[in-house]
Design a protein around this ligand. Structure first.
Ligand code: 5AD
Ligand code: SF4
Length: 469
């Protein structure tokens, strides 16, 4: 058994990791032929993409995917730790699995993702869920085949590395669509914002070699993909651990030359934005004018306590520069309310920042203390009722700007990547603009996976209506 430990995760000694290629032990090939699996993915795009790898690995074992967990032979939870409610959802699901296991002793259940990296979660599993098959961490989920097979003979397998292991290339992948793809460019995060559990659960910053990334994108272009999203907890730090003079700006430029129609990238830490990146984003038509730039708070005192390394003024300066240089830029953000000691004045600083930035989209959260992070030790935790009231006020303000920005698009014609039939409107389609706005639209001869010009006819807070030209 290998249990995680946050102290070790935080240690700053430089780890010598290697890049290795994924291989599946031939003994496991089709080992579970005829069996079915259900995977539930919680959290961010990183987890979604990890699930695409895990699904492909399970399919090499012979498993077939199904959508009804109560009928599956294997249930796998790919979990998220970012806030308490993500924990609660996963444990709720494990409770349902426990009932199913009582009825069907052959049911296999596994836990992977960020929660596996937490000591308190692993202790809870050992105490109350020891009937499970395996717990595997974010650094070695490619080991699921071995752990699953071992568990059939030996019971619960726990294998979680506190620190990053080798960087694995050539992992099989079962992508959700044939037109939009995620490509990891950097794993982990070195920022250690005081509220955030990610540097502990995802490890220290490790960039993939640029050749590996460019080859993956070239392959996607050949397969006909239209859109690629370069993924990382902080993509703006890309390359810092590998190269002297090759960062996100240089990488974006090289990807732009591969003639894929749409390039996106998430998430960007404001501290790591440089001129090269801004110039490249503004220069290439296939780099989408859409930036996710989490601000977290508008109060300098709170930003300092959060360890964010910028001020309200420097954030606003960056936003101005981005808006000046990148025509039609859509800016989105993340904001936390109720960080320890946040006063009404601090919160009003956040509201005033929203008034200046007029974000196109914002993910707003109530601060959730995460065991093992420094912010839990801060005094003056904000009362739950106050946090809720601030979230409501903040949401009213951000929603106002979403609608205002959308209204400005009525009558304009914008390119939309078609994703499928609209869930809301009969005989209509949905897709996303270059600025990442959801559009429900009508039109003739519309093909999923193609980019079509759509004239916007109506604006709502979270979506647009339109008609294809
Ligand atoms: N509580 C609330 N929100 C959090 N986030 C990260 N950690 C916490 C926490 N402890 C939010 C931040 C981050 C987004 C992915 O989740 O806004 O940008
Ligand atoms: Fe967490 Fe993002 Fe801060 Fe990294 S930069 S510690 S992922 S909030």
């Amino acid at each position: 058994m290998l249990k995680p430990n946050f102290k070790e995760a935080r240690s700053i000694d430089k780890r010598d990791y290697q890049t290795k290629e994924f291989t599946l032990d031939p003994a496991y090939q089709n080992y579970f032929l005829g069996k079915t699996y259900f995977i539930k993915t919680y959290g961010c795009q990183m987890n979604e993409h990890d699930s695409e790898n895990i699904e492909a690995i399970l399919e090499e074992l012979g498993f077939k995917k199904i959508d009804d967990y109560s009928k599956a032979d294997l249930i796998l939870l790919n979990t998220c730790s970012i806030r308490e409610n993500a924990h609660n959802k996963a444990f709720g699901m494990l409770g349902r699995c426990k009932h199913l296991k009582e009825e069907n002793p052959h049911l296999m259940v596994g836990l992977c993702g960020c929660m596996s990296q937490e000591e308190i979660v692993v202790d809870e599993v050992l105490k109350n869920y020891s009937w499970m098959n395996f717990v595997v961490g974010t650094h070695n989920f490619y080991d699921i085949p071995r752990l699953l097979v071992s568990s059939l003979k030996e019971g619960l397998q726990v294998e979680v590395y506190s620190r990053e292991k080798d960087l694995i290339e050539q992992m099989p992948v079962s992508r959700k669509t044939s037109y939009k793809a995620y490509v990891n460019i950097i794993y982990g995060c070195d920022k250690f914002c005081t509220y955030c559990i990610v540097p502990y659960t995802r490890g220290r910053q490790r960039s993939r070699e640029k050749e590996a990334i460019l080859n993956e994108v070239k392959d996607l272009v050949q397969q006909g993909y239209q859109e690629v999203t370069l993924l990382g907890q902080n993509v703006n730090a890309y390359g810092k651990d590998l190269y002297d003079n090759y960062g996100l700006g240089e990488l974006l430029e090289d990807v732009a030359h591969l003639s894929i129609s749409r390039i996106r990238f998430v998430t960007s830490h404001p501290w790591d934005f440089n001129e090269k990146m801004i110039n490249v984003i503004s220069k290439y038509k296939n780099i989408m004018p859409s930036i996710h730039l989490p601000v977290q708070s508008g109060s300098n005192r709170i930003l300092k306590l959060m360890g964010r390394r910028y001020t309200k003024e420097s954030y606003l300066e960056l936003v101005k520069k981005l808006k000046d240089k990148i025509p039609r830029l859509a800016l989105s953000t993340d904001i936390i309310v109720g960080f320890p000691s946040e006063s009404e004045e601090d919160f009003e600083e956040t509201l005033s920042l929203v008034d200046i930035c007029k974000f196109d989209n914002a993910f707003t959260f109530i601060y959730s203390p995460r065991v093992g992070t420094p912010a839990t030790k801060l005094k003056d935790q904000v009362a739950e009722k106050v946090k809720e009231e601030r979230l409501k006020r903040l949401n009213e303000k951000v929603n106002h700007y979403f609608l205002e920005n959308n209204q400005a698009l009525v009558g304009k014609t914008i390119d939309v990547l078609v994703e499928g039939n609209s869930l809301k409107q009969k005989d209509a389609y949905f897709g996303y603009t270059d600025t990442n706005k959801l559009v429900n639209f009508t039109g003739e001869n519309i093909e999923v996976g193609k980019i079509v010009p759509v004239t916007i006819t109506c604006a709502k807070t979270w979506s647009l209506d339109g008609r294809a030209k």
